[in-house]
Design a binder for this molecule. Structure first.
Ligand code: DOR
Ligand code: ZN
Length: 455
């Protein structure tokens, strides 16, 4: 049912004339904003505001979140920084990113976390959640770290990837699970199988060998081990970048414990083509696999198995990506392209706009316990991603704001584009232009607020 007239009050901002993607469906409604929060919905044209954004012809999504990015600071500011990565996020239609801890040094203790929390002030263009990395030596501190302000959760690399974070053995994993109570985000690949199979491959092998080394069983075995331990300890899990049909089927039996992330990369590219076309620029962990897994990822989006779609934005210098396999580092950029690419999937009929809002806003909010974001509803942050579903554009390297300057989607023609980003009532991006100073804040998480109130 359409909203009634909007109270004839004064608003700071009205989003006028768009189709809003509300939690209960799409509606033609104006949205009134006061003091950075959604104040009212109402029939178009019935109230006044200092600023009116013309959303005619546009869909108004709840501000989209990429809950899986690697912004590389500290340690690799030649490929990405907090400033450049969040600029890319705003240009790409995002209002918040959750940043991974495998930096140099890694974010694994209170001091480094405090540094990062301070550092993002005045630098981030969008709001940020921060992961803390688990190590074998910080286990006892995790329960305290996970409820620090701005922390979305603990990240565990159960298989090795970029950086030195690794907790691979069952005893250590169980210890991590027993220290704290929030949902833990896992990189799930079995480290022992990775190590055992490494000698089967040699430098200079074709890039597709990446997917043969880090094979289906490496991922599936990792997930089976993690779920056995999660069951034993009762600790909730979020399995990041699930990439195999086998894991997706298996995880359906763990919905009481586990939530599921799938990456836009695994929903958009497949082997062998991706390795033939992109070589090192298609190498990531877990790898892009063949069509069977691509189809399984889409089936899992359609049947609700998937809670979150993220980008796993993981920039590396182009000259390193050109090194022969396996010396080319794993990881692909994606924070700026996730919304356009997912909108193109909407245009192609693979999912609906409400499902996209679920996967990139309500989903992250549910998984990590975000407060005040996640849906278009009165009292929630006035975060909006305004998209033009008729806009056709070609994604190119030169559009990429990250200093590394490349995208695996170069040359992709998409239908659907983010044309405005509104963060807590402020227009921060319009038609490829950033507006205003960086004013990103820490995302609030429910479990963290509880502790802050106690303090
Ligand atoms: O491909 C990847 N790159 N996978 C990861 O798990 C880490 C990431 C990175 O940080 O480069
Ligand atoms: Zn990642």
């Amino acid at each position: 049912m359409a909203a009634g007239p909007m109270a004839a009050a004064q608003y700071d901002l009205i989003i006028r004339g768009g189709i809003a993607v509300l939690p209960w469906g799409e509606e033609a409604t104006d949205i009134g904003v006061r003091q950075g929060r959604i104040a009212a919905f109402g029939v178009p044209g019935s109230a006044e505001a200092e600023t009116v954004l013309d959303a005619r012809g546009l869909h108004v999504l709840p501000g989209l979140i990429d809950a899986h990015v690697h912004l590389r600071e500290p340690g690799a500011d030649h490929v990405e920084t907090i400033a450049t990565g969040t600029r890319a996020a705003a240009l790409g239609g995002l209002v918040a990113v959750f940043d991974m801890p495998n930096t140099k040094p890694a974010i694994t203790d209170a001091e480094r976390l405090a540094w990062k929390r301070d550092y993002i002030q005045g630098r981030a263009f969008v709001d940020m959640g921060l992961y803390v990395g688990a190590t074998k030596s910080n286990v006892a501190a995790l329960a305290g770290l996970e409820v620090e302000p701005g922390v979305c959760g603990i990240k565990v690399f159960a298989g090795s990837s970029t950086g030195d974070l690794l907790v691979e053995d069952d005893a250590s994993l169980e210890a991590v699970m027993r220290n704290g109570f929030r949902r833990i985000a896992y990189h799930s690949e079995d480290e022992y199988r990775l190590q055992a199979r490494a000698p089967m491959f040699k430098e200079g092998d074709p890039h597709i060998r990446h997917m043969e080394w880090r094979d289906v069983e490496t991922a599936f075995l990792g997930t089976r081990r993690l779920m056995a331990l999660a069951r034993k300890t009762g600790r909730r899990a979020h399995i990041l970048h699930v990439s195999t049909a086998e894991e997706l089927a298996y995880l359906r039996d763990f919905r009481d414990l586990a939530t599921v992330e799938v990456l836009v990369n695994h929903l958009t590219q497949w082997a062998p083509e991706v390795y033939e076309r992109l070589e090192g620029f298609g190498v990531m962990n877990p790898p892009i696999r063949d069509r069977r897994h691509y189809e399984a990822c889409w089936a899992a989006v359609r049947d609700g198995t998937v809670d979150v779609v993220g980008s796993d934005h993981a920039p590396h210098a182009a000259e390193l990506k050109r090194l022969p396999w396996p010396r080319c580092p794993a990881g692909l950029t994606g924070v700026q392209t996730i919304v356009p690419v997912m909108l193109d999937h909407v245009s192609a009929g693979r999912l609906s706009l409400p499902r996209l809002a679920d996967l990139m806003c309500a989903g992250p909010a549910r998984v990590y316990g975000v407060v005040g974001k996640g849906r278009l509803a009165a009292g929630y942050d006035a975060d909006f991603t305004l998209v033009d579903m008729k806009r056709r554009r070609i994604i190119t390297h030169d559009w990429i704001a990250s200093p590394c300057g490349w995208t695996p989607f170069d040359g992709m023609a998409v239908t659907g584009w983010p044309v405005m980003t509104v963060l807590r009532g402020r227009l921060i991006m319009r038609e490829d232009e950033l507006i205003g100073e960086p004013a990103g804040e820490l995302v609030r998480f429910g479990d963290t607020l509880m502790r802050a109130a106690d303090a």
